[in-house]
Design a binder for this molecule. Sequence first.
Ligand code: FAD
Length: 138
Amino acid sequence: MKLVRLVYYSQASRSMNLSDLRNILETARSNNSELKVCGMLCFENEFFLQALEGDRETVNELYLDIADDPRHEGATILSYDEVEQPTFELWKMGYAAGSESFYELLRKNGQTEFDPEEMTRAQALSFLKDMAGNQTDV
Ligand code: FAD
């Protein structure tokens, strides 16, 4: 099995409330644990930033499904790498939104406003790793 990590960003196609986000996370968490995919999803300022880690074919197919989801648009891959070990908690999908620590860690990673379009791949990955340790309950 070839383990890969894909990081992408996108924009919500309409305004998202808590129940929309719960919906996305419930599906993601139940599907991903079956697919043995893990990662981290951040949502703020109408932007999504997500890391997906798992078997190469599984991640590729899942990304195509996600990118096709009408709840967001403009999905853009920021990085795609083979990895030795998963970075994120095994077979779980973490979640973080605009908390105080979200903005603190965003500043540490070089931004004041959450805008993944302006992030380098290194900034995005470092921010996702930081946020995995500072998750938001939904
Ligand atoms: P369902 O959830 O029943 O979905 C069937 C179809 O309907 C899909 O094409 C879906 O895109 C669409 N759909 C579902 N709910 C809605 C809605 N409320 N409004 C409009 N269309 C809808 N899925 C994962 O498995 N893992 C992930 O990590 C993951 N991350 C996501 C991140 C984001 C930002 C978004 C927007 C979605 C994410 N999803 C994720 C959901 C994914 O896009 C698909 O909905 C899901 O994989 C399909 O699950 P399902 O087969 O159980 O079908």
